[in-house]
Design a binder for this molecule. Structure first.
Ligand SMILES: Cc1cc2nc3c(=O)[nH]c(=O)nc-3n(C[C@H](O)[C@H](O)[C@H](O)COP(=O)(O)OP(=O)(O)OC[C@H]3O[C@@H](n4cnc5c(N)ncnc54)[C@H](O)[C@@H]3O)c2cc1C
Length: 412
């Protein structure tokens, strides 16, 4: 293996592997380093928004994901304790209208998705290494990455290091890039359920009842990825050996009788809970380094946009690297500015969604009911949901303001 590559990518998750595949296809000399030998279910994103699917296509990877089992979801229902299932289903939303030639969101299991992209990167000519744990990162004019592989330490030099190493990014830390964070709003847990063949495999559902905000995204073949939001005080709600069963039982709600088909299914992975918050970096690059995906800051998972964000990051960075010879920090200025505004807008959307969907009790219930009624008469009150599906850049800036939030929440 050479000790010099034009680009060294740290982290072979979705962002790192997608970028490596796309760069290799364009003839760039790239090394992709991934610490794990086997991708595990870490309860991560398995739903790609329509605007994210467009980014996958722009990366030249849509056929790869479809061939790997990528599954389109074409209908959405919002259930709620303040309306009957019939009322909710009468407002079924078709999902093929948010992006050209995209039938709806695309779902694919995360470990399988990562492995597919990693293998594709190798197939397209990237140098790829599993079980390679990066231990030191040297940014600057002569960037270098040190990693351990089979107990042997090796250092490679490069023109550019890409930090695609997720939430706890070592590349971000070594580059001195500060991570801003807002306060957690609630807990957000997830689990995969299998053997739920009676859940319609074209239907995604979100709903709130009592102290639980549930989300269900089918993957085909009786598999459904489930998420659930619940109050911060209930920090042990789904812990322990009974956690997976308790989590499934939480889906038994009267506002959505169809959820019984999920409760009858089998847990097919761990149930893990996360704080529901946003993080962001002011500038996702430094000399000799650029960050993509969660390493550059992540959006509150309640709106399920981490992969769409990551694919856009990878595509934008690919365009810079393939489009010119300048790989200095100045070349990434437009990426940084676009990402900062994109994340600000998505933070706005996620915070509004959390307030409406994942606050509990009589006051929150009454606010949701009013929101349903008012937004059916004035669709601008639901525009944050449109931004989630179609992309934050599709709406005018005045939607992402405190004044618009106050109008949506009647918070005057
Ligand atoms: C509960 C939850 C639900 C979510 N739901 C959705 C959803 O529905 N839709 C959606 O789009 N997004 C969702 N997301 C977000 C989405 O999963 C992430 O944004 C996305 O996986 C980020 O991809 P990434 O490649 O940046 O990082 P990761 O997937 O974290 O990949 C980072 C990779 O880097 C490797 N790595 C780390 N450190 C090192 C090192 N030192 N050396 C070598 N390798 C290293 C890791 O092993 C890993 O493979 C969710 C997230 C959570 C927590």
């Amino acid at each position: 293996m050479s000790d010099y590559h034009d680009v060294v990518i740290v982290g072979g998750g979705i962002g790192g592997s997608a970028l490596a595949a796309s760069l290799a296809a364009a003839g760039v000399d790239v090394l992709l380093l991934e610490q794990t030998e086997v991708y595990q279910d870490r309860v991560r994103g398995e739903w790609i928004a329509p605007w994210g699917v467009t980014e996958v296509r722009r990366m030249g990877l849509l056929d790869v994901l479809r061939d790997a089992g990528g599954h389109y979801v074409t209908r959405h229902v919002t259930y709620d304790e303040t309306r009957t299932p019939e009322e909710a289903e009468a407002r079924t939303l078709p999902l093929g209208m948010f992006a050209p030639e995209v039938p709806g969101p695309l779902t694919l299991g995360n470990p399988h998705h990562c492995r597919t992209l990693f293998d594709e990167a190798a197939r397209r000519g990237a140098t790829t290494l599993r079980g390679a744990m990066v231990t030191a990162v040297t940014p600057g004019a002569t960037p270098a990455v040190t990693f351990l592989h089979n107990d042997i330490e090796k250092t490679v030099r490069c023109r550019l290091i890409v930090g695609a190493d997720g939430r706890t990014s070592q590349v971000r830390e070594a580059s001195g890039i500060h991570l801003n964070q807002d306060k957690p709003h609630h807990w957000f847990a997830g689990m995969l359920v299998d053997k739920a063949p009676d859940w319609p495999d074209d239907l995604q559902a979100i709903g709130t009842e009592d102290d639980f905000n549930f989300l269900a995204f089918p993957q085909g073949d009786g598999k459904v990825r489930l998420y659930g939001g619940y109050p911060l005080e209930q920090n042990r709600r789904f812990s322990g050996p009974e956690g997976p069963r308790k989590f499934l039982d939480a889906f038994r709600v009267s506002c959505s009788p169809i959820n019984e088909t999920l409760v009858a299914g089998e847990p097919a992975g761990p149930v893990l809970s996360f704080f529901n918050n946003d993080t962001w970096t002011d500038q996702p690059f430094a000399e000799g380094v650029v960050l993509i995906g969660d390493a550059a800051g992540w959006n509150d998972p309640i709106v399920g946009l981490g992969q769409s964000i990551t694919y856009r990051d990878a595509r934008t960075v690919r365009d810079v690297l393939v489009g010119g010879t300048d790989w200095s920090p100045a070349a990434f200025a437009d990426y940084g500015a676009e990402r900062t505004e994109r994340m600000r807008r998505l933070r706005f959307c996620a915070s509004l969604t959390s307030t409406i969907d994942a606050e509990f009790g009589p006051q929150a219930q009454a606010r949701r009911r009013r929101h349903f009624e008012r937004s059916s008469e004035d669709p601008t009150l639901g525009m944050h949901g449109f931004a989630v599906m179609a992309g934050p850049e599709t709406l005018p800036p005045e939607i992402f303001t405190p004044e618009h939030r106050a109008r949506v929440l009647e918070d005057h």
